[in-house]
Design a protein around this ligand. Sequence first.
Ligand code: V47
Ligand code: SF4
Length: 361
Amino acid sequence: MNKFKQIAEKKRVGERLTAADALFLYEEGDFFALGKLAAEINRKLNGDTVFYNINRHINPTNICVNQCRFCAYSKLKGEEGAYEQCIDDILSEVKEAETLGIREFHIVGGLHPDWPFAYYLELLQGLKKEHPDIVIKAFTAVEIDYFAKISGLDIPAVFKSLQAAGLQAMPGGGAEILDTTVRNQICPEKISGSRWLKIMEMAHQAAIPTNATMLYGHIESYADRIDHMEKLRTLQDKTGGFQVFIPLAFHATNTDIRKKGETSGIDDLKTLAIARLYLDNFQHIKAYWVMLGEKIAQLALIFGVNDLDGTVVKERITHAAGAKSATGLSEDYIRNAIIKAGRKPVERDTFYNPVEEGLHD
Ligand code: V47
Ligand code: SF4
């Protein structure tokens, strides 16, 4: 039996893939066979359903004390293009949220040098007061670590305060590539990979479900990507607290990482398919259309993916780095993309519960 067939057989009997299997799939796996296998495994886990979410991104500031080399979004205080929003500005920007059917606020931003922890608590309290039914998914592990530093609280106490203010889930950003050597080159000021994992573990212990990402297509090797997924898989075995894995395709424009062009569509689809096969303890794999572009994200639906993220409304981070996708999509656009891929669109909440099924049939 050739190696690909052995791997397919392993998956069909529910055996876990090794790092060597994943490396083979990257280096020598037939592209179409890989996609087909990932789609078959996804179908067993999730049937025909493709989830999407009516969400809105909120990015309170791009001012950041870190200077990650891949980040085109962050600015130093006083630099041209730096912005900061007061709570009232944010509340007025999202005041139509219910009318628009928004179910989730996704909040991430820079590590502001002067804002107190109280700003973030008041922001969540303000949003919850005005929009009690909209779920707040906010702050990466990097921000949580920073809140502990600026408040003098320990991580469990930071979570407790944020939960009391309205935090219900966390996004998966800040993971980048967890390996130390790569991390030291692309984001030397950022918390370490092991600290990122530890904070996620503590979030899960505090009953906060989180997502997990991987920034790929810069200086890392395939082995680094597989090591990253291995670390996530190990923590997921322990806590079960990750909801979804989201590979993020690197965009180079305006960053300090010199690269010609973006990731290839082939690499994007292979990475999503390998993630579906390798991360056997993750229920969901998300194609983030903002970074992939709408059409590669649609193709991902036949490469093992079952989630397209959502409407987003106003994306800033990837567009600062040259993304050519829309900054937001309508629900109709997302549903049509899913239907045209031969799958069934289902609106979900932040926790992957279907909402109002049948409303659109
Ligand atoms: O952590 C920064 C990445 C992340 C670039 O959890 C870049 O549902 C590409 O994590 N090119 C933030 N990527 C975004 C994020 C996210 C997005 C959507 C959904 C979810 C979720 C999470 O964006 C950062 C970093 O890894 N990023 N700069 C860039 N030039
Ligand atoms: Fe700051 Fe996040 Fe950009 Fe790094 S990726 S510079 S932590 S905003």
